[in-house]
Design a protein around this ligand. Sequence first.
Ligand code: HEC
Length: 109
Amino acid sequence: MRRILQTMALAACLTPLGAAANPPPEVAAIFKAHNCTVCHLLAGRTVVGPAYTEIATRYADDKTGALPVLSERVRKGSDAKLWGQAPMPPSPNISEADADAAVKWILGL
Ligand code: HEC
């Protein structure tokens, strides 16, 4: 019984983190291919750019409207007036579909 309770407590601790920490392989591949991970953490602090969970929170009220805007900023860059730290350089090699997929996943966090 004690063991079952311990296992349940452990699972309760791990579940939220696990859910946020695992982009599906196709999205993880996009982040890796375009160096997004160099500047963005999944959650927690700002590295160069804001954590993905912060971005999701900021646009939580209008995810549908935010998707094309953010996707374009990912492709063309963003000028540091939004988050106030640094500009995001453009990623000219990312396809529109991949930028959409990455942003869609971020907004779903
Ligand atoms: C060289 C560092 C760097 C790289 C590489 C980078 N970003 Fe960013 N990103 C930033 C910074 C800095 C900001 C904040 C820009 C601002 O305030 O305008 C940002 C902002 C964002 C935003 C929010 C934009 C907004 O309008 O609120 C999204 C979404 C995003 N990045 C996704 C990505 C994705 C996806 C990739 C990979 C294709 C990527 N970033 C690559 C630094 C980076």
